[in-house]
Ligand binder design. Structure first.
Ligand code: AMP
Ligand code: MG
Ligand code: MG
Length: 337
């Protein structure tokens, strides 16, 4: 490789460390117990101090280093000076060392759009915090089994939480970074928490072991907190052997690439571009797909509407099978953009 790394590689190398910093913020706010919850459109659409601080950290850190890039974050925040302790200046050396796919090597800053979900799975994050709080209050020997149940529920919920940074060029996702701040919680106190997964179509995906669901089992993963009749009808129409209900779009994409689920099915508006951009890029990097319920791709240009109105269907393999099973009622209710 001659000269300095391509802009896109420098951007992904920064996004990697910036996502790690955001993950640390997410852990710290949980530990403080002061979540500062705000309802956005309703009780199932929440924002916490962690969402706000993580977004400030990600957007300010990236825009300092890449001032011409368009960055679109989920949270609407007042334009105020970000404190210096939120700025991350590092870059992942292992990413700078990689060879940039030829088609992306000449991309300019101003051609890139970054989609940021500072905390995906906020609903589950707040529920986990409540469990931990209840556990702390009920801390008596008599209630030992209750408290361990509360702890395991909280930890399970925290696995749903991710930080998502997706990069688009020409309307298509070309890189994705997902930080899972509470990964490895099973190892108990003292273990280093968190991991970062990233990928680029044409280069590959890293930070996890790619695995497929064994055999022809259809394991469908779907929402646990934003369900409705259309969502459940569509899941049933896939004739799944098993259904998993978990929070977070990022978490569900991780389940696909780690062989825990064969399809992510969400036949409803609700997911936005910042929920799907990073995961779609990682899926493309390993031969997977993410579309609306009609099988049409979403675009990620700077001026697109944020809502993925025609639902989300994502798979590692056999996308066409799942598309062929989508019921007419869903196709009629959810129109492609
Ligand atoms: P879920 O699978 O329910 O965790 O949703 C994945 C992502 O889409 C999360 O960021 C949710 O906040 C978002 N989402 C899905 N449905 C809705 C909805 N009805 N209202 C607000 N956000 C939603
Ligand atoms: Mg989200
Ligand atoms: Mg979010």
């Amino acid at each position: 490789m001659s000269g300095s790394p391509a802009v896109i590689m420098r951007l992904v190398a920064s996004a990697y460390t910036v996502a790690e910093k955001a993950g640390a913020i997410v852990r710290k706010v949980l530990q403080s117990g002061e979540l500062g919850i705000v309802e956005k459109t309703g009780a199932n659409d929440l924002q916490t101090l962690a969402d706000r601080l993580a977004q400030q950290s990600i957007c300010a850190s990236l825009s300092r280093r890449f001032p011409k890039i368009t960055i679109i974050g989920e949270e609407e925040l007042p334009a105020e000076e970000v404190t210096e302790d939120l700025i991350e200046k590092g870059q992942a050396e292992e990413i700078l060392q990689k060879c940039c796919p030829a088609e992306y090597s000449g991309l300019k800053e101003e051609e890139l759009v970054v989609w940021v979900d500072p905390l995906d799975g906020t609903k589950e994050y707040t529920e986990a915090s409540k469990c931990l709080h209840l556990r702390a209050e009920a801390q008596t020997p008599l209630k030992g089994s209750d408290t361990s149940q509360l702890l395991s529920t909280a930890l399970w919920l925290l696995d749903n939480v991710t930080v998502l940074i997706g990069v688009a060029y020409g309307g298509r996702p070309i890189a994705g970074v997902i930080n899972q701040p509470f990964y490895n919680y099973q190892l108990g106190a003292g273990a280093a928490l968190g991991r970062t997964i990233w990928g680029m179509p044409g280069l590959g995906a890293f930070g996890f072991q790619l695995q497929e669901v064994p055999g022809d089992r259809r394991i469908v993963t779907t929402t646990r907190s934003h369900s409705n009749k259309l969502v459940t009808d569509c899941v049933d129409a896939m004739e799944p052997h098993e259904v998993i209900r978990v929070g977070g779009a990022g978490n569900k994409v991780i389940q696909l690439v780690e062989g825990k689920a064969s399809a992510y099915v969400f036949a409803s508006p609700g997911c936005k571009k910042w929920d799907t951009c990073a995961g779609e890029a990682i899926l493309h990097a390993v031969g997977g797909k993410l579309t609306d319920m009609h099988g049409n791709a979403y675009r990620y240009d700077a001026n697109v509407k944020h809502m993925n109105s025609a639902g989300v269907l994502a798979t590692l393999r056999n996308h066409e099978y799942y598309i062929s099973r989508v019921p007419q009622s869903v196709l009629q209710a959810l129109k492609s953009d």
